[in-house]
Design a protein around this ligand. Structure first.
Ligand code: SF4
Ligand code: SF4
Length: 422
C-alpha cells in the first residue's frame, strides 16, 4: 500500500530525533500539528521557537514558545538541538539561520514535510456569505459545487478514516472554499477533533458570528481573520462584507479569546494590493496591537486557479477577476513570468488531501470548480492509495504543470515580489 510505503520511507528520518532535545520552529498551524504527531510517536518535545514577539513567552499545546536565539547562541541548553522547521512562508529564512548557527541540514534540522507526508483540508462548509472580487464564488454560479454543511456524524467517519490510514496526521484545516463559521455544527466538530488530539485551524471573514462563543469555547488551535484594507476599500475587495461589522466582531473575538482560550493563535491575514499598503495597513496594525492579534501581510494574487488556467489556455478572465488582477501589486502576467522560471520546481500543494463537505475529494485544493477536479466521489469509500494514484494521473495537474501554474502562488510568497512590485 502506497501510504505504508511512504511511512516506511520516512522512518529513518524519524530515527534522527532519538535522544536529541527536539524543538519546533513555528508555533502556527503546522507547528501545532507537528507537536501532536510527536506526542503520538512518543517523541518528547522541548518546546517551540518563534520569531514573533507576540508569541514569545506564551505557550502552544502546553509547551513554551521561546525566542529562536535560545538555541542558536551559546550556551545552548540540553545539548545540540534538533529543529523541525514548521513554517510555510519562512522556511528558507529559518533554514538559513539554522545553517549560520552551525546546524547541519538533514542531521540537525529538517522541514516538517519530511516527517509528515500529508496535510488535510476538510471543507466543513460548502457555502460563503461573501462574494469577494478575486474569488470564484463571485461569478459563474452554474459551475459552482453544491452547497451544504458536513454533519458531526460524517466528520467522525472522516476523522476515523484519516487516523486509520495516516498515523502521521498532525492538524486539520477546516476551510478552503467555504466560511467555516456558517456550519451550525462547528462547536461539535471542533470537540470531536480535539478529543482525538487533532488541532484545528479556522479561517474566517468574521462577518457572520452567530455562534462565536461556543466555537471559541470548543477550542480551535488557530484562528485566521481575512482582511484586505479598511473601510470602503475592504468592502470592495471583500465584496458583501461590512467594515463596521468586522471591527465589532474582532473586538468580540479578542474578548472571547482572553476569557476562554488565551492559547488560541489568532492572526489577521492581510491581503496587500496596490492601494492598501500604507495607511490602511498601519490602521490594521494598530488594531492588531490593541486586540493582541498577530498581523500577517501577504501579497494578493488571483485564486482560485480555475480562472488563471482558463486564461493561460486562451480563455478570458471574468470581469471580476480582471478587476482584481488590475489591483494586484504584482500583475498576473508578471507573476506567471516568475512562475515560468520555476517550472521545473515541485508543486507544494500536492501533499494536501482536500475533502469537501459532501465527501468528494478534489484533485487540487487550489481549484474551486468540480469539473476535472474530482479524485474520488466518496472519501469514505476510497482508500487513500487510490486517491493519490488518481491525482497523480489527473489531466488537471498535467494542464497546470504545463503552464507552470503550480508555481504561480508560490512566487507571491517570496521576497521576489518586493523588487518586482516596487
Ligand atoms: S474569498 Fe473566502 S470569504 Fe471571500 S467569497 Fe471566497 S470563500 Fe468567501
Ligand atoms: S500540479 Fe497544479 S493542479 Fe496539481 S496539485 Fe499542484 S497546483 Fe494543484
Amino acid at each position: 500500500m502506497q501510504t505504508f510505503q511512504v511511512h516506511s520511507r520516512i522512518r529513518p528520518v524519524w530515527q534522527r530525533l532519538s535522544g536529541r532535545p527536539v524543538y519546533i520552529w513555528g508555533a502556527g498551524q503546522q507547528g501545532r500539528g507537528m507537536g501532536r504527531v510527536l506526542e503520538r510517536q512518543g517523541v518528547r518535545l522541548q518546546g517551540y521557537l518563534d520569531s514573533s514577539p507576540q508569541l514569545q513567552g506564551r505557550s502552544a499545546l502546553g509547551y513554551p514558545i521561546s525566542r529562536p536565539e535560545t538555541i542558536l547562541q551559546p550556551p545552548i541548553p540540553n545539548g545540540k538541538p534538533f529543529v523541525i522547521v514548521a513554517s510555510f512562508f519562512f522556511e528558507k529564512d529559518i533554514m538559513a539561520r539554522c545553517r549560520a548557527a552551525g546546524l547541519k541540514a538533514g542531521l540537525d534540522f529538517i522541514s516538517y514535510k519530511d516527517l509528515k507526508p500529508f496535510d488535510y483540508a476538510i471543507d466543513i462548509s460548502g457555502a460563503c456569505n461573501l462574494r469577494c472580487l478575486s474569488c470564484p464564488r463571485a461569478t459563474r454560479s452554474h459551475r459552482h459545487p453544491p452547497a451544504g454543511f458536513m454533519t458531526p456524524g460524517v466528520f467522525t467517519q472522516v476523522l476515523d478514516k484519516i487516523l486509520d490510514e495516516d498515523p502521521l496526521v498532525g492538524n486539520l484545516q477546516l476551510y478552503q472554499w467555504g466560511e467555516p463559521l456558517l456550519n451550525p455544527h462547528l462547536p461539535e466538530i471542533l470537540g470531536l477533533a480535539n478529543a482525538r488530539g487533532l488541532p484545528c485551524a479556522l479561517s474566517s471573514n468574521l462577518n457572520s458570528t452567530s455562534h462565536l462563543e461556543p466555537v471559541i469555547a470548543a477550542g480551535p488551535a488557530w484562528f485566521r481573520i481575512s482582511v484586505s484594507g479598511t473601510g470602503k476599500d475592504y468592502e470592495r475587495t471583500h465584496t458583501g462584507a461590512s467594515w463596521a461589522k468586522l471591527l465589532k466582531n474582532m473586538e468580540t473575538l479578542a474578548e472571547l479569546r482572553a476569557r476562554l482560550r488565551p492559547d488560541m493563535k489568532t492572526e489577521v491575514y492581510y491581503h496587500l494590493y496596490r492601494h492598501n499598503r500604507d495607511g490602511s495597513l498601519d490602521e490594521v496594525r494598530r488594531l492588531c496591537e490593541r486586540f493582541e492579534f498577530e498581523l500577517h501581510p501577504v501579497w494578493a494574487y488571483l485564486i482560485s486557479l480555475d480562472d488563471v488556467l482558463e486564461y493561460l489556455e486562451g480563455g478570458e478572465l471574468t470581469p471580476q477577476a480582471a478587476e482584481a488582477s488590475g489591483m494586484l501589486a504584482l500583475g498576473l502576467e508578471q507573476g506567471m513570468a516568475l512562475a515560468r522560471q520555476e517550472i521545473r520546481k515541485k508543486c507544494l500543494v500536492d501533499r494536501c488531501i482536500h475533502v469537501n463537505w459532501n465527501l468528494t475529494v478534489s484533485n487540487c485544493m487550489m481549484f474551486f470548480y468540480p469539473q476535472d477536479n474530482i479524485a474520488a466521489t466518496n472519501f469514505l469509500e476510497t482508500p487513500l492509495e487510490e486517491i493519490l494514484t488518481t491525482r497523480v494521473k489527473s489531466s488537471l495537474c498535467r494542464r497546470c504543470r504545463a503552464q507552470a501554474l503550480h508555481r504561480y502562488c508560490n512566487v507571491y510568497n517570496t521576497e521576489q515580489i518586493e523588487g518586482a512590485a516596487a
